[in-house]
Unconditional design. Sequence first.
Length: 197
Amino acid sequence: TIRSRASWSSDSEDSDSSGADSLYRVVLLGDPGVGKSSLANIYAGTQEKDANEHRGEESYERTLTVDGEETTLIVMDTWETEKQEQAENWVQDYCMQVGNAYVIVYSITDRASFESASELRIQLRRARQAENIPIILVGNKSDLVRCREVSVEEGRGCAVVFDCKFIETSAALHHNVQELFEGIVRQIRLRRDSKET
Ligand code: GDP
Ligand code: MG
């Protein structure tokens, strides 16, 4: 099943042939309302969502061909799930542990969400100390130019400080969304390839 394959692939000690481990979990983090679900839905396209009832997960699996090579990403839009319930902390701890890559989203129209993004980066570093996990900082809602509160330069600067990639997207216009997910795939491959040599 998808789930068992997913947990299997996170096992970095598993040294099966290279093609077999090209399944990765990508976790979307960020404040409510920044556009995580919108980005996940664009990624999912017309595909059915693979909702896991037990964990209240929303995850979307799709295979991308990037630079002539196929990679399957399971995009997890789980961060706010069960926010009202006591399980919240558990869900968030779980998210911090299971990702093979992270997308930290803020809205360029909401400075507080930009500050939260920094917090999340710190939390993530704490949770996964020794690991060099791919992280992409995403400034979403780039279409709302008149409401902009965070400049491109600030976003880029933050990514430099936090040693991660940066992209501005507009889920509303589908702008840079494909590029975002392709970028994640490339980041994952860079780390995989440097491990092999
Ligand atoms: P989430 O809480 O992070 O999952 O955010 P949602 O995906 O639910 O989006 C919150 C609201 O922002 C919704 O009304 C979306 O339609 C809107 N939204 C999301 N992305 C964009 C965007 O790129 N541009 C604009 N203008 N609105 C967006
Ligand atoms: Mg959402």
